[in-house]
Design a protein around this ligand. Sequence first.
Ligand code: SDX
Length: 392
Amino acid sequence: SGGIITMDPGYKNTGSCKSAITYLDGEEGVLMYRGYPIEQLAEKSNFEEVMYLLLKGELPTAEQAKKFKSDINEYDVVSEDVTKILNAFPSTAHPMGVLSTLTSSLTAFNPKAVNVKSEEDMYRAAVTLLAKFPVLAAWTLRKMKGLPLNYSDSKLGYVENFYSMMFKQPNKELEMDPIVIDALDKLLILHADHEQNCSTSTVRLVGSAHTGLFASISSGVSALWGPLHGGANQEVVEMLERIQEDGGNVQKWVDKAKDKNDDFRLMGFGHRVYKNFDPRARIIKKAADQILDKLGIQDPALDIAKKLEQAALEDEYFVSRKLYPNVDFYSGIIYKALGIPTEMFTVMFAVGRLPGWISQWIEMRTNNEPIGRPRQIYVGEPKRDYIDLGNR
Ligand code: SDX
């Protein structure tokens, strides 16, 4: 009941799995990647290290980190044929739809990466996608803005390169404020993996049919797009702007979210697993204050978010249902401060989640998991005989 699929001994892989990548305790609000607490990684690590950690299971030595980055650089050229697909989209196409299509098209251009078996082939497919995905993600922004495409610059760090491909203008120097790059790096770390969430489960299920990595990840992008999942970060900022336009009366909107006759939900609140504070939300809330302060930005949306959080956390409806802010509640406020358009917020989530999706896909294939085959509880008609047309 409630959509929870129990393990039926008669069927393997009906929706639960064993994984050694991420540990999550929803009651205690604990999140660890390969045993390292998210708070320590957000504070001390960087996204390139975390990508390696998720993929390989250990933090890299300096030598390993250097080799990892050069392996990624080797594959950062995206075929010009992909730009023909990109050009077929109108500038009004949603970036997540464009990203999902372009990611899947990589399968057509890299057929060898389809049914990879050896560890070496899986690693090559992984670094190929880690290299090309941020290029595609940046191109969705350039397309939306009608700007010329930028290409990867392997002299830059992974996050700087992504930022530069999004914002570098022709014949102009791009200012790379370290505060902005650090903030982006931290957000990508916080989104890098999250156990068996909707999009990761989708990637594992699609991949369990031995579908190629790129097409499996493309299905994860589509799942993440949903407003109840990764699409929530865009919905949160739009909600905060509506509350601001409406005079900032947060209690009115908290009451609206409680009204069962109204399908409005407090976006960025609640979680399938966390029945305590999402540890990522705590980190992002603190970072939002620091980053806006350092950048000298006054964003009324942040004040409204804090008041909304306060009002909800004092409200019996939310307290009794253990509804707390999740990763999406504050992240959009930082993305906005970094100059990232609202339509791109879920693309940012996808770039962050990519190493997690890839690591989980490789784990599933390395464990030779059988094809996913969730079962059901049948609630339809009992057996009955056919009725001829004339007797209906
Ligand atoms: C992500 O799974 C992951 O790990 C996901 C993620 C990741 O990193 O991959 O963490 C990323 O997707 C975070 C979630 C982002 N989505 C949102 O913020 C959308 C708003 N949140 C809700 O739609 C909701 O909380 C969900 C979708 C997140 C969870 O939905 P559920 O499982 O239906 O919520 P629930 O079973 O805990 O609900 C219990 C009650 C219900 O009311 P009653 O039937 O008991 O009267 O709480 C209510 C729900 O209606 N409720 C809300 C609410 N969330 C749940 N009421 C108002 N506002 C909300 N946000």
